[in-house]
Ligand binder design. Structure first.
Ligand SMILES: Cc1ncc(COP(=O)(O)O)c(C=O)c1O
Length: 430
């Protein structure tokens, strides 16, 4: 093992040996190189002649670039063209950390790591797999999960996906979550929790969140090491009362020295910048110190450097700029209102009694999506094909469940969307 990785492991072991045991073999071996090219480049910064960096520089010291870009982006070249640090742009990391506290006031003064920039949440999920999942480890997910989790955890890291039933009697199925949590073999449990959920569009109610956290605490108290990967992709898009509006991160960040909370979040869905590819990965554990977090940040940035090097400088700079704009909060509220309106129309429409003959909605209260289950033995995939052919309507089918992205449908088309599904069901029921 490299001496730099060993030194990080020693620090982690000294501060909380449970965290060392949570790391995968890859996680144990990785480090962010402090020596070598990066260290030598850092030492040469500001010197009269600097022949260290792997970028091209104009004679006046600015980034070499093609002039066609000038009219397109109104920012200093240093915020557009150079590589960003593997940890992310420092000023954006600082702003994002502040925003985590702002959006999650229950965190109060809990010490959390600095967020590390990832290439969207997908990459954060992948880096979580890198850091914590060994071949054969179980990844406990709800039965309604984003299909990419398989590619990330199973195909890339050789882990095994196991599921609990998300719903029972119109709410979170605590009994099955607890059962499956306790059935995970070995010393370590890795469980990604995604609220608002894709595909179901469900966020647990405040009381349910407390029960979920209590179950995690119980299993951690038996000595198991629990890594909760919190996929907050749709954070903030909650449309009903009594639903938990903060991230479950706030309840886990200071829960137990056996529970590591790994928060994945970012502007992708929250700020409507899907193609920017910026996300963040932030750690918290009871008793966590800056020194412990720096060791984890170093390892994570090392994994990022060895994977994709760093995240888009341009995207990070654009985000930093808009987060400082005085109109930002207001603009965001307006977009939220549009989505909430679509949600409300769909919720009211789909609950009309005539539809209950052919399909029923799964619980939903947040996010971009909701799901319906066909009845009378109808097959979701046949409904989907029929909708495309006869009603010019596209939906997603997952198993025998239909997912509707109300985030993508104008409000005046939402009644028609539901009516089309109904008509397709009637056609197929003949
Ligand atoms: C639950 C969930 N997590 C993560 C992502 C990916 O986010 P990003 O585009 O930031 O990689 C998605 C995107 O669909 C998602 O639904």
């Amino acid at each position: 093992m490299d001496a730099q990785a060993l030194s990080l492991n020693n620090t982690i072991e000294k501060l909380n040996s449970n965290v060392l045991n949570m790391l995968s073999e890859r996680g144990k071996n990785i480090f962010f190189p402090k020596l070598g090219i990066l260290a030598q480049s850092a030492q040469a910064k500001g010197k009269t002649i600097n022949a260290t960096i792997g970028e091209a520089v104009e004679d006046d010291g600015t980034s070499m670039h093609l002039p066609e870009f000038d009219a397109l982006v109104n920012m200093p070249t240093a915020n557009i063209f150079p590589y960003a640090p593997s940890f992310g742009k420092p000023e954006l990391r600082t702003l994002w950390k502040e925003s985590i506290y702002h959006k999650n006031p229950s965190l109060k003064d809990t010490v959390i790591s600095n967020p590390i920039a990832t290439n969207g949440l997908t990459h954060g999920l992948s880096m979580s797999g890198y850091m914590f999942a060994n071949d054969g480890d179980t990844i406990l997910l709800s039965n309604h999960y984003w299909e990419n989790y398989n590619l990330i955890f199973e195909n890339s890291y050789g882990a095994k996906v196991s599921t609990f039933e998300l719903f029972k009697s119109g709410g979170f199925n605590l009994a099955d979550f607890s059962k499956k949590l306790n059935e995970v073999e070995g010393e370590k449990i890795i469980t990604p929790l995604n609220f608002p959920n894709n595909p179901a569009g469900y966020t647990p109610l405040t009381a349910e969140i407390k029960s979920i956290v209590a179950e995690i605490k119980k299993v951690a108290d038996t000595g198991k090491k629990v890594i909760v990967i919190i996929d907050d992709a749709y954070f903030g898009l909650v449309y009903e009362d009594n639903v938990f509006t903060e991230s479950i991160f706030v309840e886990l960040a200071n829960l137990s020295e056996n529970v590591l909370a790994v928060k994945l979040d970012g502007p992708t869905k929250e700020d409507y910048v899907w193609g920017f590819r910026v996300g963040f990965m932030t750690y918290a554990i009871k008793g966590g110190t800056t020194e412990l977090y720096e060791a984890l940040e170093n390892k994570t940035a090392g994994a990022i450097r060895g994977n994709i090097s760093n995240i888009s400088q341009l995207s990070q700079s654009l985000l930093h700029k808009i987060y400082s704009a005085p109109t930002y909060e207001d603009s965001k509220k307006k977009k939220y209102a549009i989505l909430k309106n679509r949600y409300t129309i769909l919720r009211d429409e789909i609950s009309k009694t005539k539809y209950a003959e052919y399909f029923s909605p799964l619980p939903f209260n947040s996010g971009y999506f909701m799901c319906v289950e066909p009845k009378k033995g109808l097959v979701a995939e046949e409904i989907r094909k029929h909708l495309l052919e006869k009603y010019s309507t596209g939906i997603i089918v997952l198993g025998n469940v239909i997912r509707l992205a109300f985030s993508a449908v104008p409000q005046d088309k939402i009644p028609e969307l539901v009516e089309n599904i109904y008509k397709a069901c009637i056609d197929l029921d003949k």
